[in-house]
Design a protein around this ligand. Structure first.
Ligand SMILES: Cc1cc2nc3c(=O)[nH]c(=O)nc-3n(C[C@H](O)[C@H](O)[C@H](O)COP(=O)(O)OP(=O)(O)OC[C@H]3O[C@@H](n4cnc5c(N)ncnc54)[C@H](O)[C@@H]3O)c2cc1C
Length: 419
């Protein structure tokens, strides 16, 4: 891999700060959005220096999609993103579409695997990360690895050196500054809070940060129920409801596999729902999507409920549900009202999570740099000319299925046209 390391020392700025190196555009973070942005800026003839504390590029890209990188979702629209301003993502998503992401992967001759539901994967996430770096370097950007960013501040009124970035190696200056340092998910691959700290240092707001795309933890009354079922999985549908179990309007209905865990519930359907879940909300879990439970009761009137349910659900779950809810007897022996109640519970088992597992187990960060003071057209801070934010550091979180990388590419590409 080609890399540059900063020179040991060099010129001194007008503020008597030793500047190790400078560029038209300093990009903080050689991840998904930072490298796309760097390639675009360099292609416009800007000198670009990317700084990253990792020893190689795109560490989060490399673990994405279980190592197979779900690089886009062909159906991505603004409705697939949680953001304080639901319109914010539209401009960037229109500027760089999922078809553009597909063209990038094809241009690098990487395999494309259609996993259904509009989700496109590549075979090897490492190759995607290397392709990002190759594009940035080919366009003329320089990348310095092993450089931990500690902070950024305004440097001078001089538009050629507006920003100062402090790192463990020393200081860097730039005309434009792109903060592409990602979110807090998976600190084990180098996630830090530096992007939020820089935003605050320049007077921008940061909305509350929570793990997104994360497993749910069970409430105390269902902790043993879930733990006993750890390892059981089944297709399910989840509707998010308020505290009074009234379904929240305008939210998607989530459908995919659910997995019981020692701490609660997980699986793709839960990770997906966690993006729009707020603490206190109830999950209404359809354990038998599309199944006609009433017809099953009518067809097996003399069968013990537990055995009947075991025909429809994993047996351990059928047994645990009967024990939890005190269901027993046969359909023939139960009143129609009771049967209707059982059917309703199977199609909408209420569970109010106590929370989600932490950032270590989440795949994205909910919340981030408040988009209220960021231009959706350019991703530049409205009050700080030359300062840009891209990717996950912003208050934009996509659903499960390639949406977050699509946002990273689109936002990096967009800022790359202006920075
Ligand atoms: C396990 C896992 C699987 C995922 N799978 C998918 C998937 O298949 N599809 C999908 O769409 N999304 C997926 N995501 C989410 C997706 O990877 C991220 O949303 C995306 O990478 C964000 O891009 P970014 O450029 O904003 O940040 P990142 O790609 O995280 O890049 C940020 C960069 O900043 C650097 N950095 C951070 N702090 C500092 C500092 N102080 N100094 C210097 N450098 C710093 C980091 O080293 C990193 O290189 C997954 C996430 C995880 C954790």
């Amino acid at each position: 891999m080609t890399r540059t390391t900063p020179p040991a020392s060099s010129a001194t700025s007008n503020n008597s700060i030793a500047i190790l190196d400078s560029a038209d555009v300093l990009v903080l973070g050689a991840g998904a959005s930072g490298l796309v942005c760097a390639a675009q800026c360099a292609a416009r003839g800007r000198s670009v220096l990317v700084l990253d504390h990792a020893d190689r590029c795109g560490r989060k890209v490399r673990v994405s999609g279980g190592g197979k990188c779900n690089f886009t979702n062909l159906g991505a629209t603004a409705a697939d993103y949680a953001c304080a301003n639901p319109h914010f993502v539209k401009s960037a998503l229109a500027r760089f579409t999922p078809q553009d992401a597909l063209a990038f992967v094809r241009r690098h001759r990487l395999p494309v695997v259609d996993m259904g539901r509009n989700m496109l994967f590549s075979e090897d996430a490492n190759q995607v990360a290397e392709a990002l770096l190759a594009d940035a370097l080919a366009a003329g950007a320089r990348c310095a690895f092993g450089v931990r960013v500690l902070g950024a501040e305004p440097l001078s009124e001089n538009p050629n050196a507006r920003f100062l970035v402090r790192t463990e190696r020393g200081a860097f200056s730039g005309q434009s500054l792109v903060v592409a340092t990602g979110g807090l998910a998976w600190p084990q691959v180098g996630a830090t809070a530096i992007g939020y700290e820089i935003a605050r240092a320049f007077g921008l707001g940061v909305t509350p940060l929570r793990p997104g795309l994360a497993p749910f933890t069970a409430p105390p009354e269902l902790a043993a129920f879930c733990a006993d079922l750890a390892g059981v999985s089944l297709p399910a549908r989840i509707v998010i409801a308020d505290r009074d179990a009234r379904p929240r309007k305008k939210l998607p209905i989530f459908a995919a596999d659910l997995l019981f865990t020692h701490r609660g519930i997980s699986g793709p359907v839960c990770l997906d729902a966690s993006v729009f879940w707020t603490p206190g909300d109830v999950l209404l879990i359809d354990l038998l999507p599309g199944a006609d439970v009433a017809a099953a009761f009518a067809a097996h009137r003399k069968m013990a409920l537990e055995n009947l349910l075991a025909r429809l659900l994993p047996r351990r779950l059928a047994q645990a549900l009967c024990a939890l809810r005190g269901w027993s007897g046969t359909p023939a022996a139960l009143a129609p009202k009771k049967l209707a109640e059982i059917e309703a519970a199977l199609h909408g088992l209420p569970l109010r999570p106590s929370g989600t597992e932490g950032h270590e187990r989440s795949e994205a960060t909910l919340g981030g740099v408040d988009v209220a003071r960021i231009s959706s057209k350019t991703l530049e801070a409205r009050d700080v000319p030359g300062l840009y934010f891209t990717g996950e550091v912003l208050d934009v979180t996509g659903r499960l299925g390639g949406y977050n990388l699509q946002w990273a590419w689109a936002s990096g590409f967009t800022a790359g046209q202006f920075a």
